[in-house]
Design a protein around this ligand. Structure first.
Ligand SMILES: Cc1ncc(COP(=O)(O)O)c(C=O)c1O
Length: 377
């Protein structure tokens, strides 16, 4: 039986050629030609002011926390339905985490519940664009302006997704992307940060280079480099960047295949949704997602377990996603859930991700959809 995996890391065919070029250039450390090429592609596609590659989405979030001067006693608002790095980045700076419930239709933070969670300690809001589907950014940005808060978009899953014509990751003060092998475009482990305000660009450059002004030295702006700020090593090597370049260069083609598969899943499974047997993701009006994840929602946890086992027996891999952070040991120690957990836990227990990858074929999507229909018949 052919197994349909949940994910396949994206390989476009040009990776080895670019890695070889990087080797021939004899410049393996960060900020060589491939890093610059990747940054340029992203800057142009997103119309972003400044993109820096980083070694991971986690690093991008940690860099964002440093740039926002998050420190002990600050509070940072985010959904509990997210990856641990969203919270860890701020916890590492001494902040406490404040979770807010999600919309069941998108699994994104409920923007209408944020204001109630704001206190005089609140420093930042971190919207997470789950599955590449946009949070309600207008409301979030208005709140941030009214209360003078940072907005750091966790766009780990949302590169090349849009909200009302604006690229996700470029709307808040800072945006964080991931190139982990599970993402649409990857280099195994990798990330990027979008600096959306001019005044943060030069500090970002310093924080990313271990707190030194080495980038200015390399450009010839200063005759030696020194320790100027706190910082860390937030540069990926050229070997990673050369692999990533092959993926980014092919991004438009990858998006077309992923979107076709996403739409095919949706159309095949819509009759089950119309019968009230399952639920499907919803894309808010005016947004364009990048087909990062396709999921369905079962009636409850038991049914999800049965469906996932049924599909496994048919050679189809599926996965659930985050266990809400507030229910974890760390969540209980370092965070509070503001208001009622009406949807976060309940919806997280219903969600089942279906296979989706860069070269998925229509017949594979159809095989998955048929198996799901048989289960519900
Ligand atoms: C929402 C979210 N934030 C942050 C990350 C961290 O990214 P990385 O794995 O590149 O460190 C991920 C990765 O899966 C993610 O899904």
């Amino acid at each position: 039986m052919n197994i349909i995996p949940l994910n396949k890391p994206c390989i476009t065919g040009n990776e080895l050629q670019y890695i070889q070029e990087a080797i021939q250039l004899k410049k393996f450390s960060g900020d060589g030609v491939f890093t610059l090429r990747c940054q340029q592609i992203i800057e142009q596609s997103l119309q972003a002011q400044k993109i820096f590659l980083t070694p991971s989405g986690t690093d991008s979030l940690e860099m964002a926390a440093l740039l926002a001067n998050i420190s002990s006693g600050d509070e940072v608002i985010m959904p509990s339905y997210t990856f641990v790095s969203t919270a860890n980045a701020f916890l590492l700076r001494g902040a406490s985490i404040v979770f807010v419930d999600i919309h069941p239709s998108t699994m994104n933070i409920d923007e209408n519940l944020i204001e109630k969670a704001i206190t005089d300690k609140t420093k930042a809001i971190v919207p997470v664009h789950y599955a590449g589907i946009a949070c309600e950014m207008d409301t979030i940005m208005n709140l941030a302006t009214r209360y003078s808060l940072f907005v750091i978009e966790d766009a780990a899953q949302a590169l090349f997704s849009f909200y009302k014509g604006k690229a996700l990751g470029t709307i808040g003060d800072l945006g964080c992307f991931s190139f982990h092998e599970t993402k649409n475009y990857s280099c195994g482990e990798g990330g990027a940060i979008s600096i959306n305000k001019k005044e943060y660009i030069s500090r970002a450059e310093i924080i990313r280079e271990k707190g030194t002004n080495k980038s200015r030295f390399i450009r010839g702006d200063v005759d030696k480099y020194t320790w100027e700020d706190i910082g860390s090593s937030f540069l990926p090597s050229e070997l990673q960047a050369s692999f990533l370049f092959a993926n980014l260069e092919a991004a438009k083609g990858i998006d077309i295949i992923r979107l076709q598969a996403w739409n095919l899943y949706y159309n095949e499974l819509k009759p089950l949704k119309d019968e009230g047997k399952i639920d499907l993701p919803r894309q808010p009006v005016g947004c364009q997602h990048n087909a990062h994840i396709f999921y369905l929602k079962t009636e409850n946890l038991d049914q999800r377990t049965q469906l996932s086992q049924y599909l496994k027996n048919q050679g189809i891999e599926t996965a659930f996603h985050y266990i809400p952070l507030h229910s974890s040991k760390m969540g209980q120690l370092h965070a509070r859930f503001d208001g009622e957990d009406k949807h976060t836990t309940q919806e997280s227990e219903k969600l089942l991700r279906l296979p989706l990858y860069y070269d998925i074929q229509d017949h594979e999507v159809e095989r998955v959809a048929q198996a799901i229909k048989r289960f519900y018949a």
